[in-house]
Design a protein around this ligand. Structure first.
Ligand code: TRP
Length: 334
């Protein structure tokens, strides 16, 4: 059994990454990279197709976008292995074998899948591939014997299913896989600029890591504050006020923040003023990411080479694991 610590994480290429992704997962990837952990960063194009089968061009386009987002925040291709899911056929092979270890009832009970199905309005007409994505996600992870998995907290039920698969596989075929551990953000999930429970690619309420200063300004000005705070002199509410939620996460000057909060709740601080503060802070945060991203945008062939080299490396490991799996089950005929 492999007991070395190995990090694997992934993104569905269905849209660019935003601040919610940064807080939820990218920050942890960067920390783990700086702690010299070996990171595998997977572009989950097959998983994206489970609900985008009719829009493969969108998935294709976003493979590069997502990779550039990850590179732009500081994941270093010399340390982190970037690879494309669809080019590791062993993942699909392992998915087929894992399918036998999970019941349909269990898949239907997965809270994450249930939520997403509701959001997409699938009902009973859910694509089988979508319902089964927790199985293929287990294969993504276990193909690499990864055990540390940085994800947003909404993914916890999916990772729980991976651990159930580990237990089931090991009990049937011998101890090959180790249990995995989610690596969660210490910051609670970032709300959308409209105050919606989740900043989402599909919900159009997110600030992207590639947004221009004008876009940041436009979105911050749209932000939900306290609807009863009509005039500056009036006392305003901090709780549920999205501007303060974002300032809490991104403003490094906690002392000034405390003073501003007191002033706002007592009356005498206007929404526009705190919004300008947030624009500045977010612009300072995003500007270097955006600049680095533009370098990659000018050289897509560089990004493709990073993906190709990473995929080749990932493939080597995947082949080894598949040999072990086949041996464990007794499928090693020749
Ligand atoms: N399901 C994850 C998400 O939507 C993406 C993903 C695919 C993933 N495979 C993974 C995350 C493996 C961690 C490990 O965010």
């Amino acid at each position: 059994m492999n007991t070395k610590k190995r990090v694997l994480t992934g993104d569905r290429p269905t849209g660019k990454l935003h601040l919610g992704h940064y807080v939820g997962s990218l920050q942890n990837r960067l920390r783990l990279q700086s702690e010299h952990e070996q990171i595998f960063c997977m572009i989950a194009d097959l998983q994206a197709l489970t609900d985008h089968a009719d829009h493969p061009e969108k998935v294709r386009k976003n493979v590069l976008e997502i990779t550039m987002d990850n590179l732009a925040v500081g994941l270093d291709p010399d340390k982190t292995v970037f690879f494309i899911q669809s080019h590791i056929p062993e993942i699909a092979e392992l998915t087929v074998l894992f399918m036998n270890l999970v019941t349909l009832a269990r898949l239907k009970r997965n809270p994450t899948v249930k939520d997403e199905m509701k959001q997409k309005g699938y009902g009973e007409d859910v694509p089988a591939g979508f319902l089964a994505y927790p199985i293929s996600q287990a294969a993504d992870i276990l193909t690499f014997h990864a055990n540390s998995i940085p994800v947003g907290e909404d993914q916890l039920p999916v990772l729980e299913q991976t651990n159930e698969i580990v237990t089931k596989f090991n009990s049937l075929y011998g101890n090959l896989f180790s249990k995995i551990e989610p690596v969660l953000s210490t910051v609670p999930r970032l709300v959308g600029v409209d105050g919606g429970a989740k900043a989402g690619k599909s919900l159009g309420n997110a600030i992207y890591l590639s947004d221009s200063k004008e876009e940041i300004m436009r979105k911050v000005m749209m932000m939900y504050t306290d609807p009863d705070h009509i005039r500056m002199e009036m006392p305003g509410k901090i709780e549920g006020n999205v501007v303060f939620t974002y300032l809490d996460v991104f403003d490094p000057d906690k002392e000034t923040m405390q003073i501003l909060k007191t002033k706002y709740s007592q009356g005498g601080l206007g929404d526009v003023e705190i919004k300008y503060r947030l624009v500045d802070i977010l612009e300072n945060f995003i500007a270097p990411i955006r600049e680095k991203r533009i370098e990659y945008e000018c050289h897509p062939e560089m990004v493709l080479r990073i993906l190709e080299e990473g995929t080749n490396r990932a493939r080597e490991i995947a082949k080894e694991t598949m040999c072990e799996v086949k041996k464990a089950i007794g499928l090693d005929y020749f």
